[in-house]
Design a protein around this ligand. Structure first.
Ligand code: NAD
Length: 306
């Protein structure tokens, strides 16, 4: 298999590149990444064809896309707070960038594109667990951009017969997710704080819960999707229905690291959702060989990388 991973120097992309090369040693992995949030060191030791550049550079994107079997489109500006601080860059990278990826696939005759959407699209719909057939109501520019990402992918499926698949990721965690920037995700931030005897900062009461998904599970689903060219005219929640409140996450981190954690509660954040949990039904139907990773196992792998 030849695959292009946009955003392949980032957290999920670099784990995916490793997963591909491990499971398909004769395959080829091409990566297009502008290194805006990704790091070249994430690809250390990997035999990949790395192209430094942006998905907003359409000619470069076309040249990089030509000749692959599938595109896994992960390049995006992540983070809800970042998008609230500056909506326009999020719009350009995540929405215009996705349109470019789909157009480049169409122009070069590539027939399969997997895109990364997010559980944040459910927004103010508080129903639990989340089904792909629930209504969506984004609460931030980031969530809006992810809804546009998946909508474009699905529209290209209907309009042009492009085999697309839109995964909604739910709070992915694992090795190569860095703690040292202002928009870092909660698990690396908490592990880093606990290891360095800093307080673990919780926005609100700590009862907000997430369907934390280990990156190895995400990579297994993406690899299976590319191997079988899985396509769907509806999005797919890439999560299995675990429900972990932050205060339980902290206990699990304490037991994984063997150190006690200090917790500091601060005000809630605009655009944050209270609870997020998939029903896991479509995921299990479409990907019967992919299963969840227990939180304790995923945390051990993550802590070992720190
Ligand atoms: P990440 O920031 O580590 O990776 C994104 C990569 O895209 C980075 O390497 C960055 O340099 C690259 N990039 C950004 N703008 C680019 C551009 N214009 N051209 C080329 N490359 C560009 O983030 P991640 O956590 O690995 O997320 C990957 C995808 O999954 C994103 O689309 C994100 O929205 C989505 N997602 C992630 C999570 C999660 O929990 N990590 C949850 C939901 C959705």
């Amino acid at each position: 298999m030849k695959v292009l991973i946009t955003g392949g120097a980032g957290f999920i992309g670099s784990n995916l590149a490793r997963h591909f090369l491990r499971h398909d040693p004769t395959g080829e992995v091409r990566i297009l990444d502008d290194l805006s949030t990704g790091r070249i060191e994430n690809l250390d030791g990997l035999d990949v064809d790395f192209v430094k550049g942006s998905i907003l550079d359409y000619d470069l994107l076309v040249a990089t896309t030509a000749g692959v079997d599938s595109v896994v489109h992960l390049a995006a500006l992540g983070s809800v707070p970042r998008s609230i601080a500056a909506p326009r860059p999020t719009h350009e990278t995540n929405i215009t960038g996705t349109l470019n990826v789909l157009e480049a696939a169409r122009e070069t005759g590539i027939d399969h594109v997997v895109v990364a959407s997010s559980s944040s699209v459910y927004g103010s719909n508080l129903a639990l667990p989340k089904s792909e057939f629930d209504w969506t109501r984004p609460m931030s520019p980031y969530a809006t951009s992810k809804l546009a990402t998946e909508s474009y992918a699905i529209a290209y499926n209907f309009s042009f017969g492009l085999k697309t698949l839109a995964f909604r990721f739910f709070n992915v965690y694992g090795p190569r997710q860095f703690a040292d920037h202002v928009y870092a995700a909660v698990i690396p931030k908490f592990i880093d704080a606990a290891l360095n005897d800093r307080p673990l900062v919780i926005h609100g009461d700590g009862l907000q819960s997430r369907d934390f998904t280990y990156v190895g599970t995400v990579c297994a689903a993406l690899f299976d999707a590319v191997s079988r060219k899985v396509t769907s005219k509806d999005p797919v929640n890439l999560a299995f229905g675990t429900n972990t409140p932050l205060i339980e996450l902290i206990q699990a981190i304490e037991s994984t690291l063997g150190v006690p954690a200090r917790v500091q509660h601060v005000e809630t954040r605009a655009g944050d959702v209270r609870a997020s949990r998939s029903d896991g039904i479509r995921m299990r139907e479409l990907f019967p060989t992919v299963g969840p990773t227990a939180l304790g196992v995923g945390l051990r792998e993550t802590a070992a990388w720190f």
